[in-house]
Design a protein around this ligand. Structure first.
Ligand code: 4AD
Ligand code: MG
Length: 435
């Protein structure tokens, strides 16, 4: 007999089923043992009557600790007292392997759950988050496939950065200084000259010393790059992508959303167009709300929250001061204090989920921006490392734009998680590298 997923039991009322799973909970009362079994699809109650099973099987079931792996065969019966409304009346019980006493019991500190992350991943909550995460990766790729993108695979080890450079993890590369990539954008830009519309979807690494609920040292970074796209056209792609993910999660992952206390209807509201607010206007809004910001100030958690607390959909903050943004962003011809860029903020203070911009594609403009960033930040670029990037602007370059989306930020927002660490199986944070 082939084994079934627990979720199939609902369709097999009155029929026999074979399940492989793990003991989630267990109790005995008056010659009947109730075992809540879990597998990846859900949980079901299994009722074992001492009278209708061999003594050997009964003893095995009695001795099996929580988290033992088991195999059960029985008939599915409706029962309103069971957690799911039906239960399996067990005819055969087999322990596949016993479990040592499980270190995670009902109320545990966050620290212990992180120390035992490899085991905590079995919890109902983490199981449903990891499932949704996998689906969301699929929805992203589905969208990009449909819109004619090629997936590319950039290097993870790099000689230099594209963002600020100051927040990278250094590694020893055969005696030479190298870094774990903070963004694959520059490589994606190289590849538009053969593939036109590309994306990379690999981890980025940030050594920023931030202990916030939205910072990981290693996160999954989606970076599309598109030839012949202006900043505006790129924003259209972004709002369509985010709306696609939201709609798919709402329609296909209702069960997971419920488990997380997140609301399907909230996600169904996410449809283009998204509101666009200039950086200048954002400063005004924030100052009206009691802040005292001036031109050139960056936004932190508090500002992001104030800007999005009343929003149901993400919003774009556009045209930031050039001093706050990297060398590859072109000056805005309509306001030369700013660059052609936009950040997307998730609603209700979940923070920045996308950063994007048009890219400079003329060599002289690029050199000017390198010089002005050096001046503004008091740094010196090692131009040897950027020679190849400058080449891109020398051989038939074209207008192009792209963006970077932090996958865990999007998961955190859509599943309404308190902390970004739960959006990834093995979080890497300032104070954690184990397990
Ligand atoms: O805004 P960022 O730094 O932009 C770039 O890296 C560009 N090169 C992207 C591009 O245009 N191709 O990062 C992009 C996104 C942020 O909006 C955020 O969602 C996410 O990456 N992100 C982080 N996610 C988790 N933990 C961190 N420490 C993150 N830092 C950035
Ligand atoms: Mg950013």
């Amino acid at each position: 007999m082939a084994y079934s997923q627990i979720s199939d039991a609902a369709k097999k009322i009155g029929k026999e089923i074979l399940i492989h799973g793990w003991i989630h909970r267990k109790r005995e009362s008056g010659g009947i043992m109730f075992i809540v079994v879990r597998d990846r699809s859900g949980i079901v109650q299994a009722a074992i009557k001492k009278a209708s099973i061999s003594e050997k099987e009964w003893n095995e079931a009695t001795d099996a600790p929580i988290e033992s792996s088991i195999s059960i065969k029985g008939t599915v019966k409706e029962d309103s007292r069971a957690p799911t409304g039906y239960e399996v009346e067990v005819k055969n019980f087999k322990q596949i392997n016993s479990s040592a006493p499980f270190p995670i019991t009902e109320y545990q500190s966050t620290e212990l759950l992180l120390d035992k992350r490899h085991l905590w991943l079995r919890s109902r909550k983490m199981t449903e988050i990891m499932k949704t995460r996998s689906y969301m990766f699929r929805y992203v790729r589905e969208f990009l496939d449909k819109h004619g993108f090629f997936e590319i695979t950039p290097p993870i080890i790099t000689s230099s950065g594209g963002e600020t450079g100051a927040e990278m993890f250094e590694i020893n590369y055969y005696g030479q200084k190298a870094y774990l990539t903070e963004s694959s954008q520059l490589y994606a830009e190289a590849m538009i000259y053969s593939l036109e519309k590309v994306y990379s979807f690999v981890p980025s690494f940030r050594a920023e010393k931030s202990r916030t609920v939205k910072h990981l040292a290693e996160y999954w970074h989606l970076e599309p790059e598109m030839a012949y796209h202006s900043n505006e056209k790129s924003m259209e792609v972004q709002e369509k992508l985010i709306s696609h993910i939201a709609e798919k999660v709402a329609k296909n992952n209702e069960g997971q959303l419920k488990e997380m206390g997140a609301n399907k209807d909230d996600l169904l509201k996410i449809k283009p167009p998204f509101k666009k607010v200039t950086y200048e206007k954002a400063i005004e809004i924030l100052n009206d709300k009691g802040k005292s910001l001036k031109w050139g100030d960056d936004f932190g958690v508090e500002e992001e929250k104030l800007l999005t607390e009343d929003e149901d959909k993400p919003i774009f903050i556009t045209y930031w001061p050039k001093e706050l943004k990297p060398f590859y962003m072109p000056i805005n011809p309509k306001d030369e204090r700013t660059v052609l860029c936009a950040d997307m903020q998730a609603p209700h203070g979940h923070g920045e989920i996308i950063g994007g911009s048009e890219r400079i594609w003329k060599e002289d403009q690029l050199m000017e921006r390198f010089a002005s960033v050096e001046k503004a930040k008091g740094i010196k670029f090692n131009m040897d490392n950027y020679e190849w990037y400058l080449d891109l602007s020398r051989y038939g370059s074209v207008q192009h734009s792209g963006f970077g989306m932090g996958m865990e930020r999007v998961i955190k927002w859509m599943l309404n998680l308190d902390h970004i660490r739960d959006a990834i199986p093995f979080p890497r944070m300032m104070n954690r590298i184990n397990p």
